[in-house]
Design a protein around this ligand. Sequence first.
Ligand code: FAD
Length: 346
Amino acid sequence: MHPADWYGQHDVDLRTGVRATHLDTAAHRLTLDTGEELPYAKLLLATGSSARRIPVPGADLDGVRYLRTLADSDRLLADFSGGGKRVVIVGAGWIGLEVAAAARHHGNEVTIVEPQPTPLHAVLGPEMGRVFARLHRDHGVDLFTDTVVREFRGADGRVTGVATDQFAALEADVVVVGVGAAPNVDLPAAAGLEVDNGIITDDALRTSAPDVFAAGDVASSFHPLYGRQVRVEHWANALNAGPAAARSMLGQQVSYDRVPYFFTDQYDLGMEYSGLGGPGDTVVTRGNPDDGAFIAFWLADGRVTAGMNVNVWDVTDPIQALIRSRRAVPIAALTDADTPLERLAA
Ligand SMILES: Cc1cc2nc3c(=O)[nH]c(=O)nc-3n(C[C@H](O)[C@H](O)[C@H](O)COP(=O)(O)OP(=O)(O)OC[C@H]3O[C@@H](n4cnc5c(N)ncnc54)[C@H](O)[C@@H]3O)c2cc1C
């Protein structure tokens, strides 16, 4: 992340290739896999998350890939380069869809298998899920929804196909599994910290143990805007929660209440999403999704909970201001492209 000499210049002792294996919160000590014990005054847990594994027969065959690390990415690039491979992707979430776009970009045949009725069903709901389904089908992807993977088949230790509840076998040279990420909580759970889909923290990023803080993918933090625990698996959260945790560790008053934000690029679609839409929310759009450029808003009780701008730019600030204002907004004004968003949040 920084040039090699940055760490020393800033009195940061960076140790790579070393795992923390045991945490003693009473003694304020962290044990490393080298056997060394590090005492601490304050401790930040930022252990991130890991790709969820799929528990089906054949999951350990060669050619079954995941994407979490740079090495995973380099391996996939080698698989895709030159094109002409049959790539089956398990899961139409963010990772699965971005990998599909990359595999198509390199000229491969791509099939996606997804148990839900649309891609991104849990995060965007059916209306916006259909936008992503059409995007990928328009780019030549075979997308099978409502379809569950049963088994990976192979020959000589290498994957050759994917059996589902709908098809005997989809032929595959490469399989990419993108079925979500799980927070890395073994260390804090064994130490007795409160853990429930991540390390539980308050809005100052303090865990249930004294002087221990958590941030990033691994933290499920109380979010003042939503009034509940929220775990965000996105880059902007890792970027912003780190400094907030540092201030909190230094004893400053902190209430971390950033509106969750992320982006994705797939083919010619670029989008940004702010907020947290819920499954019961109403979805309305400003602009027509068929035209390829629009803004979708999620509303609960007339208030905007989330906004997604697709191929429309420089609107993140007013969308986030709308969410933050918690103001009831007339749908007619929200969907009218001639009404400036800034005016609705003011
Ligand atoms: C393929 C991919 C694409 C993504 N694309 C986007 C995107 O387009 N937009 C977006 O907003 N977000 C994206 N994300 C998510 C974003 O990368 C993560 O939210 C972010 O990296 C989380 O940062 P973090 O520091 O919390 O955790 P991580 O980046 O996971 O870092 C955690 C670190 O802790 C280390 N660690 C774990 N356990 C221990 C231990 N016991 N001892 C010592 N060290 C340990 C790990 O090795 C790792 O280096 C993507 C993620 C992936 C995998």
